[in-house]
Design a protein around this ligand. Structure first.
Ligand SMILES: O=C(O)C1=C[C@@H](OP(=O)(O)O)[C@@H](O)[C@H](O)C1
Ligand SMILES: C=C(OP(=O)(O)O)C(=O)O
Length: 452
C-alpha cells in the first residue's frame, strides 16, 4: 500500500486582496490523459500524447502500463509542455500495479490486464480498497477472465491474464461509478468477440465521461454503437478490431478550472482560461452554465474562456449527477451565496476519494456553515463563516474547495494541500499566482463575502 501525498502543515488559504483579474493556464485533463494512455497502449501502432497531465493519477497510469510492457518515452513538445511517445507491445505479467487512489487506474486497467500473458496484481492506497470495483470484476469473469479478489469485489486483487479474452455480451450495474462502463469499453476492441455491454442499474452517474470514452474510442478507429440519449438505460456495442495510434493534444482539465472560475465569481473579478475547447466531452464545460446561473457571465473566444463575476452569488438548485466531480467547488461557492442551494443526483460521491457528501458537510459546518446531507446530495444554506482548519481527507477536490472558501473567509487553513497532486500538482502556485495580479475592477465584491 502506498500514499505519495505527503502530509504537510496546514496551508493558510489566501484571502482575495480584491477582485481577481488573471489568466490561468490550467494543465491537461486527467480523464483525457488516462484514457489516451490506455488506448495508445492497446493500439496496433505507436502514438503521441502532447501536453499530457503530469500528476499522481496519470503517472500511476503510465507506470502501470510500463509494468505490463508498454514503452512510454517522455520528451519535450516543440510547442511547449511535454510529449509522451507511447509504443505498444505485448502485454506481460507477472506485474504489479499501484492504483494509488485513482478511479481511472483501478477501473480501466483490470480489463487491460486480462489481455496480458500472466498475473497482474492490483494494490493501492487504503481508500482504494473501499471503492467499488465489483462491476469490473464481475463483468471480466462473465467475459472469460480469471480474477482473484479475496471475495470482496474490490482491491486488492489479481487478474490472471491469459493473453486474450473471449468478450461478448455482459450486464453491468454502473450506478456506483460510470468508470465500470468506460473501463470495459476501452478494452472492448481487443476482446476476441468485442463487447456488448447492457447497463442494468437504476441510475448512471457521470454520463459525459462515458461519452468521452466513446468519442476517444471512435477517434482511435474503434467501431462503437452507443445509446442515443446517454441516459441510465442502454446498450453499448464495441466491435473487435485494431486501434490506431494517434497524435493527440490534451485539452486543459476543465474540472480543475473550477476553483479558478469560482475565484472570479466569489471576488467579482475575471479569470481567463486559455485553450478552453469550443467542443469537448469534458463535464467541466458545464461550469459555463452552472457559474452563470450562480451570478457570473462568460465569453468563449479563440483565446479561451473568460469568466466574470458580478459581485453577487446566487444559490444553485441542480441535479449534478452528470458532473459529480464539480460538486466540492460548487458547494464551496454555494456556502457563500445569498440563498439556499440544493445539489442532487450525487449519492455516488460517497464512494469517491472520500465520502464527499459527509466531508463537505463536516468541513463547511466546521467553519460555521449550515450544510445538510440528503439521500442523494446536499442542502446548503448561507451562514456567516469563520476561519479554522479545513480537513481534506486525501481528496484533491476538498482541498481546492477549501481554497475557494478561503478567498472570502479569513483564517481558513487547508490540511494537506499537497493532496492536490492527484490531478493538479501546481495548484498552490497557480492559486497564489492568480491572486498576485489583482485587478482594480470597480464595484466588485472583493473579499466582501468574508463573514469572519
Ligand atoms: O471516467 C472518468 O474519467 C471519471 C468518471 C467519474 O467517475 P464516477 O462515475 O465514479 O463519478 C468522475 O467522477 C471521475 O473524476 C473521472
Ligand atoms: C472522482 C474523482 O476521481 P477518480 O478518477 O479517482 O474517480 C475525481 O477526480 O473527482
Amino acid at each position: 500500500m502506498t500514499d505519495s501525498t505527503a502530509q504537510t502543515r496546514p496551508w493558510p488559504a489566501p484571502t482575495a486582496p480584491g477582485a481577481v483579474d488573471a489568466t490561468v493556464l490550467v494543465p491537461g485533463s486527467k480523464s483525457v490523459t488516462n484514457r489516451a494512455l490506455v488506448l495508445a497502449a492497446l493500439s496496433a501502432e505507436p502514438g503521441w500524447l502532447r501536453r499530457p497531465l503530469r500528476s499522481r493519477d496519470t503517472v500511476l497510469m503510465a507506470d502501470a502500463l510500463r509494468a505490463m510492457g508498454v514503452q512510454i518515452d517522455e520528451t519535450v513538445n516543440p510547442g511547449g509542455g511535454e510529449a509522451w511517445r507511447i509504443i505498444p507491445a505485448g502485454l506481460h505479467g507477472p506485474a504489479t500495479v499501484d492504483v494509488g487512489n485513482a478511479g481511472t487506474v483501478m477501473r480501466f486497467l483490470p480489463p487491460v490486464a486480462s489481455l496480458a500473458d500472466g498475473p497482474v496484481r492490483f494494490q493501492g492506497d487504503a481508500r482504494s480498497y473501499e471503492r467499488p470495483l465489483h462491476g469490473v470484476i464481475d463483468a471480466l469473469r462473465a467475459l472469460g477472465a480469471r480474477v482473484e479478489d479475496e471475495g470482496r469485489g474490490s482491491l486488492p486483487m489479481t487478474v490472471h491474464g491469459a493473453g486474450s479474452l473471449s468478450g461478448g455480451a455482459v450486464d453491468v450495474d454502473a450506478s456506483s461509478s460510470s468508470q465500470f462502463v468506460s473501463a470495459l469499453l476501452l478494452s472492448g476492441p481487443r476482446f476476441n468477440k468485442g463487447l456488448e455491454l447492457r447497463h442494468t442499474g437504476d441510475s448512471l452517474p457521470s454520463v459525459p465521461h462515458i461519452r468521452m470514452t466513446v468519442d476517444m474510442l471512435r477517434k482511435a478507429g474503434a467501431k462503437v454503437d452507443a445509446p442515443e440519449d446517454g441516459g441510465s438505460a442502454g446498450v453499448w456495442r464495441v466491435a473487435a478490431g485494431a486501434l490506431l495510434g494517434r497524435d493527440l493534444t490534451v485539452e486543459p482539465d476543465l474540472s480543475n478550472a473550477a476553483p479558478f472560475l469560482a475565484a472570479a465569481l466569489v471576488t467579482g473579478g475575471r479569470v481567463t482560461v486559455p485553450a478552453w475547447p469550443r467542443v469537448t466531452a469534458q463535464p467541466g464545460d458545464a461550469l459555463r452554465e452552472i457559474f452563470t446561473r450562480m451570478g457570473g457571465s462568460c465569453e468563449l473566444t479563440d483565446h479561451g474562456l473568460t469568466f466574470a463575476g458580478s459581485g453577487r452569488l446566487r444559490p444553485l438548485v441542480m441535479d449534478l449527477g452528470d458532473v459529480g466531480e464539480l460538486t466540492p467547488v460548487i458547494a464551496a461557492v454555494a456556502a457563500l451565496a445569498d440563498g439556499e442551494s440544493k445539489l442532487t443526483g450525487i449519492a455516488h460521491l460517497r464512494l469517491h476519494e472520500t465520502d464527499r457528501l459527509a466531508a463537505l458537510a463536516a468541513e463547511l459546518n466546521g467553519l460555521g456553515g449550515d450544510v445538510r446531507e440528503t439521500g442523494d446530495g446536499l442542502v446548503i444554506r448561507p451562514r456567516p463563516l469563520h476561519g479554522g482548519v479545513f480537513h481534506t481527507y486525501d481528496d484533491h477536490r476538498l482541498a481546492t474547495a477549501a481554497a475557494v472558501i478561503g478567498l472570502a473567509v479569513p483564517g481558513v487553513r487547508v490540511e494537506n494541500i499537497a493532496t492536490t497532486a492527484k490531478t493538479l500538482p501546481d495548484f498552490a502556485d497557480l492559486w497564489t499566482g492568480m491572486l498576485a495580479r489583482p485587478g482594480a475592477l470597480p464595484g466588485s465584491a472583493g473579499a466582501g463575502h468574508g463573514r469572519g
